[in-house]
Ligand binder design. Structure first.
Ligand SMILES: Cc1cc2nc3c(=O)[nH]c(=O)nc-3n(C[C@H](O)[C@H](O)[C@H](O)COP(=O)(O)OP(=O)(O)OC[C@H]3O[C@@H](n4cnc5c(N)ncnc54)[C@H](O)[C@@H]3O)c2cc1C
Length: 445
């Protein structure tokens, strides 16, 4: 591997658009880069990554430690990689929406619908109900129609669907077909569109067969008398993304919450440096929404790494920095709009009943959270201690945002004040035997 001859290594966690752009940038300045991803991402394969970059797919980064040791797990083996600089570009996951029946088979998120669309005939003949909020709903409807499915209805929690300019900006970077006016296209094809509405419940035995749509009042509560039943065999939900901040949080990087940045994200100095020396962020983790801005922030992170490690001249850095910052500034407004358009956390909690599962992995229902609240719990960590929510395999990926929004809705406090779950290694379960072997290996060396 081509490094500076002094063992300098840049480890980039995440091979989405942001991580790949960061990897290509640091490699351009002669730094040894390792790009890690727990999946085998198409982004990494379609990008022009120089051979000097070591790409390690199917590798989970399960811990990040203060001396920039990155703990990895792949092929049933744990290992520790020493890094001079780390770029955390771990993206995010879709925010769940809860109501009675949301855990039935056939209730999916948009990522899963896109997965089905890629399988030949995966969506053919399906009656798909699309619900939630934001520009993604119109993109998903398009995806379903293009792949032989039917859109039973589109249900948007806001008073209107996302404006066409926003959908277009979001779709620009993907090969989605006719994006002239997706709302008009849906209406032309007779798809019912319900605005200021949400899902009250889903029914079915082996899988969803029907959902009830209800109107949201301006005060964010739903109207139990304004309902309609819709037959469907797939219910696709989307309510924005949550950034995967755990690794950055674990190493002590400051995180902050604001709606413009999609909720929780890692604080950075505008040049992608976090509050911890040697740790940088890019993409969704840094609060950006969209493909192009993620790439630009990845390049910016790569530049800052190259600058801080002395691999780029001051003049070259300044010039390239201004270029990337200008790109980000030009894209910032649509990134903020995408984030704010999808922010309906508290409103989407109004259809939760005491029996609704909020942490399916640990079997925690809304009534359990209510009990914890009545005993004084207000923070996520406190709720977790009293109910076990967040202790399942996904480590609060699914229930974290749901429970925080529910606590905010029930108590009137802000989602921010409920806080995040404390992040501890491993961020996802890995076999103890692998960690023990690593421990032995480290103590021998
Ligand atoms: C189905 C779908 C469709 C989308 N369509 C559009 C669109 O049309 N237009 C648009 O602008 N945006 C779209 N987006 C959003 C867009 O993907 C994001 O804005 C962008 O991908 C964010 O880039 P990123 O590099 O920050 O994160 P991501 O692309 O999410 O990449 C993060 C990577 O990090 C890896 N990772 C995470 N944690 C770990 C770990 N601990 N160890 C190892 N690897 C890890 C993940 O496997 C992932 O590959 C879409 C998203 C989805 C899910």
């Amino acid at each position: 591997m081509n490094d500076m001859g002094d063992g300098t290594k840049v480890v980039i966690i995440g091979a989405g658009p942001a991580g790949v752009a960061a990897g290509i940038t640091v490699a351009r300045y002669g730094l040894a880069a390792t790009v890690i991803d727990e999946h085998d991402t198409s982004e990494a394969h379609s990008a022009d990554m120089p051979p000097s970059i070591s790409f390690r797919p199917h590798t989970l980064a399960w811990g990040l430690f203060p001396d920039n040791q990155v703990a990895l797990y792949a092929d049933e083996r744990a290992e520790s990689l020493a890094a001079t600089a780390v770029v955390v570009a771990t993206g995010g996951h879709e925010r769940a929406v809860a109501f009675p029946g949301w855990t039935l088979p056939g209730v999916v998120n948009i990522g899963e619908v896109c997965g089905l669309a890629r399988q030949p005939g995966g969506l053919a003949g399906k009656h798909v109900l699309i619900a939630g909020t934001g520009p993604f709903l119109l993109l998903a409807a398009n995806e379903v129609l293009e792949n032989g499915g039917e859109v039973a209805a589109l249900v948007e929690a806001r008073p209107s669907v996302a404006p066409v300019e926003l959908v277009r900006k979001f779709a620009d970077s993907t090969p989605t077909s006719d994006m002239n006016n997706p709302e008009e296209e849906l209406r032309r094809r007779g798809v019912p569109i319900y605005c200021q509405s949400t899902i009250l419940s889903a029914q079915g035995d082996a899988g969803i067969t029907e959902a009830v749509v209800t109107q949201l009042r301006p005060n964010g509560q739903h109207d139990p008398d304004a309902t309609e039943r819709i037959t469907c065999d797939l219910l696709c939900l989307h309510a924005g993304f949550c950034a995967a901040v755990e690794l950055a949080q674990m190493v002590g990087c400051a995180v902050e919450y604001n709606v413009d940045s999609g909720g929780w994200h890692v604080r950075h100095d505008g040049e992608m440096r976090t509050s911890r020396d040697g740790v940088y962020v890019a993409g969704r983790v840094a609060g950006y929404a969209g493909h192009e801005i993620s790439i630009a922030s990845g390049r910016l992170a790569g530049l800052s790494v190259a600058h801080d490690l002395g691999a780029i001249s001051a003049a070259e850095f300044t010039e390239a920095l201004e270029r990337e910052k200008a790109t980000i500034d030009a894209l910032r407004l649509s990134s903020c709009q995408i984030n704010t358009y999808s922010a309906m956390e508290s409103e989407l909690s109004s259809t939760i009943t005491p029996d609704t599962l909020l942490c399916p992995e640990e079997g925690v229902r809304a009534a359990d959270i209510d009990l914890a609240i009545s005993l004084g719990a207000r923070s996520f960590n406190d709720i977790k201690r009293r109910t076990r929510c967040g202790m399942g395999e996904s480590q609060a990926h699914i229930c974290g945002p749901l429970v925080s929004a529910y606590v905010a809705h029930q108590t009137g406090v802000s989602v921010e004040s409920v806080g995040l779950m404390t992040a501890r290694p491993p961020i996802r379960p890995i076999p103890l035997i692998a960690v023990a072997a690593l421990d032995q290996q480290l103590s021998q060396s």
